[in-house]
Ligand binder design. Structure first.
Ligand code: PMP
Length: 404
């Protein structure tokens, strides 16, 4: 037995990818031209596999705010939130996020990953609590469960009925219950019935933890996520999000009406033992939040783009994993077809995400495209044309004949 034996399975998959053509793990943006274009291997590519849903990474306001913050506060904080790394900007952004969402408290972490990891691990304790987690939750929610040491029970994806059954079975055990779900799921773009989950959670006296990483700024009349769309914001106990998608930066947060959220500041290891987000990251996120809270036009543009691509792909005969949302995942029959189709797309100027088992729900192989408000009509013409060519080159990639 060698220390390195454990890598063999993943290394074999990695090699298989390399043999099939370009390896998605090795894609490098040689030069960014804007939120939706980059130079890759000397060629201009349309980026359609980012999480830049509102396209704000190049907005004048976010760039200027980040530049100002660097000039005034330096390039890094060199300390964690509970040591020297809390600046006025961190606290101000916490207040802005809490006010925007309508919660009394908010804690900012260095990444979205750490927000989920740090909050879940601090909220649930071994022997005392049970975490109930949607089977399709993101790795960082699973990692939070593991770090907490609490018993963890998975329930069927997007099934409040299954959650209800499992909570009923646990009734009377005297343990605290934390239910973890997401708003929109990043791989398929499918949406949780957050309102129904909130009702089931309350019925059993449990606490609801909702990750709106992909839905913040995107769903809801005011951009407050699926919880807003479902009229359920007040029923959510812990609302987490990231700065790395619609907020055009890096960092994460958890907001809540429970004043005990503040205890995370001295109980959460991923909050306490890592450097805080840099002033530039905070300033850019704050500028993007200002945009989201004051201007719905980007959200409208995003949804118009999503509707256009979803309709075009349906006409091309692809099987799409979910109804219209900014994530449009095309299901492919096997990973070999997925490798080849992904290579075809990038060779022809379109970057999307290749997602294959074990990283996908139900062991499916998909091409995950995400739409941005920054995609121009011309960007989307290219995407749709190249997918059309791919549909002809790989008949197996389709479930029906293209509509002419
Ligand atoms: N939650 C979900 C659902 C995610 O998809 C991700 C990352 N893609 C995260 C949290 C972590 O966010 P971050 O990139 O800010 O660490």
């Amino acid at each position: 037995m060698s220390l390195f034996d454990k890598f063999e399975k993943n290394a074999a998959l990695y090699n298989e990818l390399s043999e099939a053509g370009r390896n998605p793990f090795t894609v490098q943006m040689d030069r960014m031209l804007g939120p939706t274009r980059a130079i890759v291997k000397g060629k201009e590519i349309v980026l359609a596999g980012t999480n830049n849903y509102l396209g704000l990474t190049f907005s004048e306001e976010a760039v200027a705010a980040a530049q100002r913050a660097i000039a005034e506060q330096g390039t890094g904080t060199t300390g964690s939130r509970f040591a020297n790394g809390t600046y006025a900007g961190h606290r101000a952004l916490e207040s802005e996020l809490a006010a925007f969402l309508g919660y009394g408290h908010c804690v900012v972490f260095s990444t979205g990953y750490q927000a989920n990891l740090g909050a879940i691990a601090a909220l649930a304790a071994p022997g005392k609590d049970v975490i109930l987690i949607d089977a399709d939750c993101h790795a960082c929610i699973y990692d939070g469960c593991q770090l907490s040491g609490a018993e963890t029970v998975r329930f069927r994806h997007n099934s409040p009925e299954d959650l209800d059954k499992r909570l009923a079975r646990l009734a009377g055990d005297g343990k605290g219950k934390l239910v973890c779900i997401e708003g929109m799921y990043s791989m398929f773009g499918d949406v949780a019935p957050v309102g129904e989950f909130a009702d089931v959670t309350k019925k059993h006296g449990a606490f609801l933890f909702l990750d709106e990483a992909h839905s913040f700024g995107v769903f809801g009349a005011g951009g407050r996520g699926v919880a807003e769309q479902d009229g359920a914001i007040e029923k959510v106990d812990f609302y987490s999000g990231t700065f790395s998608k619609s907020l055009a930066s890096i960092g994460g947060f958890v907001a809540s009406n429970h004043r005990e959220l503040e205890y995370l500041r001295f109980s959460s290891r991923p909050y306490m033992f890592t450097a805080s987000p840099s002033p530039a990251n905070i300033a850019a996120a704050s500028a993007a939040l200002h945009y989201i809270s004051s201007d719905p036009s980007l959200r409208e543009r995003l949804w118009a783009n999503a509707r256009r691509v979803h309709a075009a792909f349906t006409q091309l005969g692809f099987e799409i994993c979910a109804p219209v949302s900014p994530v449009i995942a095309v299901k492919l029959p096997d990973k070999e077809t997925a490798f080849a189709a992904w290579n075809f797309l990038i060779e022809n100027g379109v970057y999307v995400n290749l997602a294959i088992p074990p990283g996908t729900p139900n062991a499916t192989s998909i091409l995950r495209l995400s739409v941005s408000a920054a995609h121009s009509d011309e960007d989307l013409d290219i995407v749709i044309d190249v997918y059309g060519e791919m549909a002809h080159a790989f008949a197996k990639a389709r479930v029906s004949a293209p509509v002419q």
